[in-house]
Design a protein around this ligand. Sequence first.
Ligand code: HPA
Ligand code: ZN
Length: 339
Amino acid sequence: MSAVSAAFLSTPPCAELHLHIEGTLEPAMVLALAEKHGITPAAPDVDAFAALYDFTDLSHFLSLYYANTDVLRDAEDFADLTRAYLRRAADGGVMHAEIMFDPQAHLGRGIPLAAVVEGIAAGLAGGERELGVTTGLIAAFLRDRPAAEADAVLTELLDLEAPLLGIGLDSAEVGYPPVLFRDLFARAASLGLHRVAHAGEEGPPEYVTGALDLLGAERIDHGIRSVEDSRLVVRLAEQRVPLTVCPLSNVRLRAVDSLAAHPLVEMMRRGLVVTVNSDDPAYFGGYVDDNYAALAAQFGLARDDLATLALNSVEASFASPDRKSAMRAVVEEWRTAQV
Ligand code: HPA
Ligand code: ZN
């Protein structure tokens, strides 16, 4: 995306830091890949998928999300998925994307990890080349699976020389506290990998504290329940720990009652480094620009507020200092554009 065109976007140019590539699998692509591989999809047409996506909570969503991944079978599928996401993200102003993938979700269905990694890596490289979006890849481990399995998968990823930026922790949260993954994260740290973790989405504020103290997490994915613990809020603000908040996801998974009840504005006011992200845009009604637009409409956010959120995303990214300063300049141009 050029600096000239960025000024005309209705939402700010930004970095996207909380995105599951499997969560970008749109119903139309599920149907096309099901046909390609001769699989029966979860629903017969796009409208029927939409009807299925009335989630009651995180675990209800996860059951459909994992079921749909069954259509992702070869490296080409993963490359096409990644390219489609980056094209849509770039159209919405994403300059830099750090995307997660779930290696265990594919290994568990007998898909070779080499095909998954090769496909996603090809998609990312193409996106960088053709769209100018810089990218990074984060292996997210399923916290409701044994830590020993995650450790073996990390070894396999290293053997494959997967181009990893870091590791993360996702899937069902409650009942699976950070302490279970202390050794895995210590190993990642010793390998020089970045560390992020989902915490405080459905789980309590103690999981956020645990992710920081026991896992050395550099960013917290979601973290919205941190607001329930005022000492934690002060700590997160003082240490400038970024939170990758996903408002439309929180509404659709009923982590909050409504967008109006979402704590994002309160979190900003209390000094937290809040970023806006889409999580699983094919499931939650929008990409990152849709999240910014929904927040702007709901809370009457000014251009300056939106630019602050975007600058937070740049600061919170693991991009190089040079890349960060180039992105900051694009956001500043957007902030001051005469529209
Ligand atoms: N939370 C936990 N696990 C996930 C999510 C999420 O929002 N999306 C994909 N896996
Ligand atoms: Zn997530």
